[in-house]
Design a protein around this ligand. Structure first.
Ligand SMILES: Cc1cc2nc3c(=O)[nH]c(=O)nc-3n(C[C@H](O)[C@H](O)[C@H](O)COP(=O)(O)OP(=O)(O)OC[C@H]3O[C@@H](n4cnc5c(N)ncnc54)[C@H](O)[C@@H]3O)c2cc1C
Length: 397
């Protein structure tokens, strides 16, 4: 294939959201792309879902892979917000998509393979060494090695690539939040209404959608100051975790407890980490993008969208500018303000999630409808961000 990348090979590390999307774009630009993913199936991928914001879908549409990647998703025609007393606060009429993480990644990987990307599962990157000629030597946990001219680390918040490329970057920091997600089987009292229902509970934030008659996807986020590892949380018996969540939402609208109690299979739980804005995202011809570069708190539901935008903008920059280091520099300069804005916005949203005092809650309930209206306006304007059209090959350098 011809294109700006002809003759050069790219190792994309991480097959979650940013990785396979970036692989699609690179392969289309003539690079020889290999995608390395640590797992065949991650435990987190089995029971949890994303709510994908409109700009996330727009990236997939622009690349022509939305139908394939989102085929198992459920469209939400709007998001409703209410407080712990069940009082309605605001509506967000934006159309979003709920989709299981594992299914989104699988759909994106299929799209990458269809573009000619070589996919290797069970390849956990352990070491990365820059060679004197500027290319990279990758080492994997199974003892195998590979070489690449360009490395793109899309391996998430606990990135294995980041410490090698950016040794000065601090490790991810615990955000003081634990997230849970589950699938519940409920009576047909719960109607399929196409809405994502969010509740600012007294001690945690809860969201659910009736995806089909009798089935609900839900998530919950709450503050826990004392960090517990993913292993410690996973070791708790499922029934104990369900009991704890039901108790946490005892003072909220009754159906929250009902939905949690009706969970089928494992209720998934994770400690949430963040990667604050780093000084730089690249060194030489290696770069990190998505959560590996800037993991955001989950309160805005835009982490996956930012990861998709990164993948799109990085590959578009490389179509315009075949020198990888120059393309990375341009990419970082373009993306930084948008990412900084979203990180700040998510922190602000987190601070109103579960206020400690009644008067803070009252202020939140009074100001939230206005804030959401402003947020919708900003989000309609892409928070000042619009996807640039995908540069065609004949316009690429
Ligand atoms: C509780 C919670 C809820 C969230 N809800 C939403 C939401 O509703 N909407 C939204 O947009 N975002 C949400 N997010 C954020 C979203 O999950 C991330 O922003 C998004 O997944 C980032 O995509 P990514 O491709 O950068 O990383 P990931 O999706 O994490 O993918 C990284 C991939 O790299 C692989 N990997 C890791 N280490 C290695 C290694 N050493 N070698 C090879 N492969 C490796 C992993 O197995 C994984 O497949 C949420 C996050 C949390 C924690």
């Amino acid at each position: 294939m011809s294109g700006p990348g002809t003759g050069r090979n790219v190792a994309v590390v991480g097959g979650g959201v940013a990785g396979p999307t970036c692989a699609v774009g690179m392969a289309r630009s003539g690079y020889d792309v290999t995608l390395y993913e640590a797992y065949t199936k991650r435990v987190q991928d089995v029971g949890s879902f994303f709510n994908l914001a409109p700009l996330g879908r727009a990236v997939l549409e622009e690349l022509g892979i939305a139908d394939a990647a989102l085929k198992t998703g459920t469209v939400c025609d709007g998001i409703t917000f209410r407080n712990h007393k069940g009082r309605w606060l605001a509506n967000n009429p934006e159309s979003t998509t709920n989709i299981m993480r594992g299914e989104l990644s699988a759909g994106l990987r299929e799209a990458a393979v269809a573009e000619g990307v070589e996919l290797h599962l069970d390849k956990r990157l352990k070491s990365l060494r820059e060679r004197p000629d500027g290319s990279w030597q990758l080492g994997f946990a199974d003892g195998s090695e590979a070489e690449a001219d360009i490395v793109v680390g899309c391996d998430g918040v606990h990135s294995g690539v980041r410490p090698h490329v950016l040794p000065e970057a601090s490790p991810p920091r615990y955000a003081g939040v634990v997230g849970s997600g589950g699938l519940s089987e409920v009576s047909d009292h719960y109607k399929v209404d196409g809405l994502f229902h969010m509740t600012f509970g007294l001690h945690g934030f809860f969201g659910y959608q009736v995806i089909r008659p009798g089935q609900i996807l839900w998530f919950e986020n709450h503050y826990e100051l004392q960090e517990r590892t993913i292993g410690e949380l996973a070791d708790l018996p499922n029934s104990a975790w369900i009991d704890a969540l039901v108790e946490r939402h005892r003072t909220d609208p009754r159906e929250l407890g009902e939905i949690i109690r009706a969970s089928v299979g494992t209720v998934w739980r994770w400690p949430v980490y963040e990667v604050p804005l780093l000084e730089r995202w690249h060194r030489g011809t290696a770069i990190v993008i998505g959560d590996a570069a800037h993991a955001i708190q989950p309160h805005l539901g835009v982490g996956a969208t930012l990861a998709l935008e990164d993948a799109y903008e990085l590959t578009a920059a490389m179509r315009r500018e075949p020198d990888a280091t120059a393309a990375f520099t341009a990419f970082q300069a373009d993306r930084r303000a948008r990412v900084a804005k979203m990180l700040k916005q998510a922190q602000r949203m987190g601070s109103v999630m579960t206020p400690r005092h009644w008067w803070e809650r009252m202020m939140r309930d009074l100001t939230l409808p206005i804030a959401i209206k402003q947020g919708i306006k900003k989000s309609e304007q892409g928070f000042g961000y619009r996807l640039a059209p995908w540069p065609p090959t004949d316009q690429a350098a």
